[in-house]
Ligand binder design. Structure first.
Ligand SMILES: [Zn+2]
Length: 256
């Protein structure tokens, strides 16, 4: 199993990190992709990927951290996206969940990073929360030269999912698919073609049932896999093979 999105460099996982890494080396999981959200997490994600064979990194500024974005950071991106362990630019996008937010600033930082992903010929990991009405047309207008990517932690309706699939994107699901009352989201996963989805924890957030409410760790991704296998009627081995292929197709530098 692969956890395609886990913030193992997050403060909340500081004490568990040695255990997470040793479990990873004991093959409890095949690999972890550690995405970034600001300058500090980009640096630590990069470092973790250099020190641990089975950890891959993604670098970016999250829409809620746009104050961290600068010319210096762009240079950091250009330099390090070439690193063989950095598989994507991410997570970046739009987030209109918590007020106050600056839509204009978020759009500028999103578009600047999108241009860098294109120039560096690398996939994107998008974070989109309560902002699909802006995200979808904005990406659509700028698809020329786009190297593909995934909308992570998908938590929207079927209509938006169809629009993302039409743009060639992958859609990634977290432990939310195990939550009570989320049948609509489970139906979205059922609809997404088998060659277009991925699974993740988004650790330390969104621990799946039966760990809901606890700090989430990557090995809990097995609960997301179990739920997905029942939703899609796939055997675990089939599901593991599918998500492995999808991850490798999306993140070209991912070696598993
Ligand atoms: Zn995340």
């Amino acid at each position: 199993m692969i956890d395609t999105h886990a913030h193992i460099n997050h403060e909340k996982l500081k004490e568990c990190l040695p255990q997470i890494l040793s479990d990873l080396n004991d093959n409890k999981l095949e690999t972890i992709i550690c995405p970034s959200y600001n300058i500090k997490s980009s640096q630590s994600s990069l470092k973790l990927s250099q020190e641990n064979e089975k950890v891959f990194s993604a670098l970016a500024i999250h829409p809620s951290e746009t104050n961290d974005y600068s010319k210096d950071f762009e240079n950091f991106l250009r330099q390090n996206l070439k690193n063989k362990k950095v598989v994507a630019l991410g997570e970046y996008g739009l987030d209109y969940h918590f007020e106050p937010y600056d839509k204009q600033m978020q759009k500028e930082v999103f578009l600047s990073q999108l241009e860098i992903a294109k120039k560096e010929n690398i996939a994107s990991i998008f974070h989109v929360r309560d902002a699909f009405d802006d995200f979808i047309p904005l990406l659509k207008e700028n698809l020329n030269g786009f190297c593909g990517g995934v909308v992570h932690c998908y938590d929207s309706n079927l209509e938006n999912a169809k629009k993302l699939l039409d743009m060639g994107l992958y859609i990634s699901f977290t432990g939310i698919i195990t939550f009570k009352g989320r049948d609509e989201l489970r139906d979205v996963l059922k609809f997404v073609p088998n060659d277009r989805f991925m699974l993740e924890t988004d650790s330390p957030y969104l621990a799946p049932v039966p760990f809901r409410g606890q700090v989430c760790i990557p090995e809990y991704v097995c609960e997301v896999y179990k739920m997905c296998s029942s939703i899609k009627g796939l055997k675990m081995e089939e599901l593991e093979e599918i998500t492995r292929e999808n991850s490798k197709n999306c993140f070209k530098k991912l070696v598993i």
